[in-house]
Design a protein around this ligand. Structure first.
Ligand SMILES: C[S@@+](CC[C@H](N)C(=O)[O-])C[C@H]1O[C@@H](n2cnc3c(N)ncnc32)[C@H](O)[C@@H]1O
Ligand code: SF4
Length: 360
């Protein structure tokens, strides 16, 4: 067990597109929530050395300094003697000297910040508000506190977004020189403001064109495209997320978190009341070896390097090619062999879902 995810579900504002498990920040709930988190960790954690820790949300950065300090006390329950990566998700508007000091003194070494866009119309649509200059000041402040591993999130494919708006967003994002960039095509979920208002994203053709442009521009600027939606400068791919895509075990603590321990996948409740009352788990499923192989395929092909065939054999004592009928996909060059890996041809990465359906 190497990885721990902790979910902090509070947000100061709710974005129009967001279907993550989140609630408005309310001081009445933060302490009971953190107490429940402490109990869940005490119940479940078996003392393993943790290599990567990821505190996400919601918006962990919206907690008060007092609550944040309590959260970091809770984290001391883990054996962090071999910790390599400690990510903390921040909303850009929450970043200030006080919070950066607390994060720095508690060993956070990677920040993940939702920027999403710099375009005024896009931002208004998302119910988010900042200017490029605001963001630049905040990133400079992070740099002055020695945060030298920063991820920025970008959303593209919003209704009425043009290719030129996207290109401008990318240009500004690159000016900030982040070590890591995550780009997501807008998903319109039913129970969000934009879902309720039946908004329609850009058409599929524009969406794939936007994806192609993102890949091209980021590659030209020395970012390695290592996962479908993720790009990093050399040496800055997210260790925590790679552990997940390799289908390795991880703990998930907190409201709505998922975990995978032994051969059991579990999902926590999304009900704050249940969680605070100590009824953490919503469902648990014991996976068969065949289910686990399917997950290794579905997650592993998200990585551009593909799946290590020896690793697959060592884990399951069966060759991937024997378990799955991939001959036609290989013959048609949708799948490629390279250096002991089997990967989706980068040319067809935008068709990943169709390819996975064919394999599984
Ligand atoms: C938990 S949020 C990030 C941290 C913080 N809460 C914030 O918003 O600044 C994770 C990221 O998922 C992406 N995301 C969330 N909902 C999305 C949607 N419906 N479509 C596309 N991307 C989405 C956004 O890029 C967002 O920054
Ligand atoms: S995108 Fe982030 S800040 Fe916005 S509602 Fe979702 S979790 Fe909260």
């Amino acid at each position: 067990m190497d990885a721990v995810y902790i979910h902090i579900p509070f947000c100061k504002k709710i974005c129009s597109y967001c279907d993550f498990c989140k609630i408005y920040l309310n001081d009445k709930f933060t302490l009971p929530y953190l107490n429940a988190l402490l109990n869940e960790i005490k119940d479940r954690y078996q003392g393993e050395k943790i290599k990567t820790l990821y505190i996400g949300g919601g918006t962990p950065s919206c907690l008060s300094l007092k609550d944040l300090n309590y959260l970091f006390d809770i984290i001391k329950l883990f054996d962090l003697s071999e910790l390599k990566e400690f990510t903390f998700e921040c909303n850009i508007n929450d970043i200030n000297e006080e919070i950066l000091k607390v994060l720095q003194s508690n060993g956070v070494n990677r920040l993940s910040i939702g920027i999403e866009s710099f375009n005024e119309n896009n931002l208004k649509f998302m119910n988010r508000f900042h200017t490029f200059d605001d963001v630049l000041d905040k990133i400079n402040l992070c740099r002055s506190y020695n945060f030298n591993n920063i991820n920025l999130d970008l959303i593209y494919g919003l209704p009425n977004e043009s290719i030129s708006i996207l290109k401008k967003d990318l240009k500004l994002l690159l000016k900030l020189n982040p070590e890591h960039i995550s780009t997501y095509s807008l998903i319109i979920e039913d129970n969000t403001m934009i879902g309720i208002n039946q908004m329609v994203p850009v058409d599929e053709e524009t969406d794939s064109e936007m994806y192609r442009i993102i890949c091209q521009i980021l590659k030209k600027n020395n970012y390695i495209h290592y996962e479908v939606s993720n790009f990093a400068k050399e040496g800055y791919a997210s260790l925590h997320n790679i552990n997940y895509w390799l289908n390795e075990n991880y703990y998930g603590f907190g409201l709505s978190s998922h975990g995978y321990i032994g051969n059991v996948r579990y999902e926590n409740t999304r009900s704050l009341t249940n969680y605070i009352n100590g009824n953490y788990v919503l469902s648990e499923k014991l996976l068969s070896s065949s289910d686990d192989m399917d997950n290794t395929i579905m997650l592993g092909f998200r990585l551009l390097q593909g799946i290590n065939l020896k690793y697959f054999y060592d884990k399951y004592s069966v060759n991937l090619q024997e378990k799955y009928d991939i001959k036609e996909l290989v013959d048609k060059k949708y799948l490629l062999y390279k250096d002991g890996y089997l990967k989706i041809n980068p040319k067809y990465i935008y068709m990943m879902n169709e390819i996975l359906i064919k394999i599984i």
